[in-house]
Design a protein around this ligand. Structure first.
Ligand SMILES: NC(=O)c1ccc[n+]([C@@H]2O[C@H](COP(=O)([O-])OP(=O)(O)OC[C@H]3O[C@@H](n4cnc5c(N)ncnc54)[C@H](O)[C@@H]3O)[C@@H](O)[C@H]2O)c1
Length: 296
C-alpha cells in the first residue's frame, strides 16, 4: 500500500487524543516520528489537537472521530491509520471518563455498564483491532493501555473507575501473554493524580492541592505520562511486556489514605447521590434523584 503520508516510524492510533493525557501522547508520538490518527469522540477536540500539531509543524495526522465503545468506530480508526501511514506500529488505548460515582448502596447498574463500556471494552476493542492489524502486516507492534494507580488501590477514585482500571491492568497481562510469540508487546501506564480536565477541576487552586497530594513535591502532568509512553513504544523497551508502569510521584508507596480525595476537593465515594460523569466528552454529568438509584 502506498502511504498518503510518509513517516519515519509508521502509524499510531491514540484514543482520547482530543484533550489531556491523550493529546500530550499524540503530540509526543508525532515529535518522535510517528504519524498519528487523532481519535476522540469529540470532533472539536480532534480538530484542536490537529491544530496544535500543525502549529508545531507536525502534519502527519489524520482525524478519527470515534467512540471507543463502538467496535465499528475503533476498526475505522485503525483502518484510517493504516491507510494514511501504510502501516500501524502503535496503538494507545487512552480514552477515559470519570464514570459512575456515588456510594455503593446507590450505584445504578446502567452507569456501571456505561463506565466499563468506555474504560474496559474500549481497551479490549483497541487491543483486538490493533493486534489484527499487526498480524496481517506480519510486523511487530506495541499496544499501550492507560490504566491508573486507582487500579491498584482503594480511595483514589470511584468504585467503577477503580474496578475498570484493575481490569485494564489484568487485560494488559493476558493480552501480552497471548501476543508475545508474535513480537507484539502490550504494556500499561498507570498514572497517579495528573492535572487534566477529567476531574473538571483544572484550576490553579486544584493544581496547588495536587502539589502536595503525593510524596513528590509537585503535580503530575500529561507530559510525564507521554514521556513514559514514548519510552514504552521504543526499542529501549523491547523486552517490556505485560506490565504496568506506575507514574504517580510515589503516591502508591503509602497509598492515598482515607482523606486524599477530600483534600483535593474530589470525593466521589462520599457524595450522597449516585450518577455518572462523562469527563470532558461534552456530555453532561448525570446525578440521579434518590428515588431512582434503587431501580435497575
Ligand atoms: N487525569 C488523571 O489524574 C488520570 C489519572 C490516572 C489515569 N488517567 C487516565 O488517563 C486517560 C486520559 O485521561 P485525561 O485525564 O487526559 O482525561 P481528559 O478528560 O482530559 O481527556 C479524555 C479524552 O477522552 C475522550 N473520550 C472520552 N470518552 C471517549 C470515548 N468513548 N471514545 C473516544 N474518546 C473518548 C474525551 O473526549 C477527552 O478528549 C484516561 O484513561 C484516564 O482514566 C487519568
Amino acid at each position: 500500500m502506498t502511504p498518503i503520508v510518509e513517516t519515519a516510524r509508521g502509524g499510531a492510533v491514540v484514543t482520547g487524543a482530543g484533550a489531556g493525557v491523550g493529546q500530550a501522547i499524540a503530540l509526543r508520538l508525532l515529535r518522535d516520528g510517528f504519524g498519528v490518527a487523532v481519535c476522540d469522540v469529540n470532533p472539536d477536540a480532534v480538530e484542536r489537537t490537529i491544530g496544535m500539531a500543525a502549529d508545531e509543524g507536525l502534519h502527519a495526522t489524520v482525524a478519527a472521530v470515534a467512540d471507543v465503545a463502538v467496535e465499528a468506530d475503533v476498526q475505522t480508526a485503525v483502518d484510517a491509520a493504516r491507510r494514511e501511514f501504510s502501516t500501524l506500529s502503535v496503538m494507545v488505548n487512552n480514552a477515559g471518563i470519570g464514570g459512575a460515582f456515588g456510594p455503593i448502596t446507590e450505584l445504578v447498574p446502567n452507569d456501571w455498564d456505561a463506565t466499563f463500556a468506555v474504560l474496559v471494552k474500549g481497551v479490549l476493542l483497541g487491543t483486538k483491532h490493533a493486534a489484527r492489524a499487526f498480524l496481517e502486516q506480519h510486523e511487530p507492534g506495541v499496544i499501550v493501555n492507560i490504566a491508573s494507580a486507582a487500579g491498584y488501590t482503594a480511595g483514589l477514585a470511584a468504585h467503577a473507575y477503580s474496578a475498570a482500571k484493575a481490569a485494564v491492568i489484568s487485560l494488559t497481562r493476558s493480552a501480552a501473554l497471548e501476543l508475545a510469540p508474535h513480537r507484539i508487546r502490550v504494556a500499561a501506564v498507570s498514572p497517579g493524580l495528573i492535572l487534566t480536565g477529567l476531574a473538571g477541576a483544572a484550576s490553579e487552586d486544584y493544581a496547588r492541592r495536587l502539589d502536595t497530594a503525593q510524596p513528590w513535591p509537585g503535580h503530575g502532568t500529561s507530559d510525564d505520562v507521554a514521556g513514559v509512553v514514548s519510552f514504552l513504544v521504543g526499542a529501549d523497551a523491547g523486552f517490556i511486556t505485560g506490565t504496568s508502569v506506575v507514574v504517580d510521584g510515589g503516591l502508591l508507596t503509602t497509598g492515598p489514605g482515607p482523606d486524599l480525595l477530600a483534600s483535593i476537593g474530589l470525593d466521589p465515594a462520599k457524595r450522597r447521590r449516585a450518577g455518572i460523569s462523562y469527563g470532558t466528552t461534552g456530555r453532561p454529568t448525570t446525578v440521579h434523584p434518590a428515588s431512582d438509584t434503587h431501580r435497575t
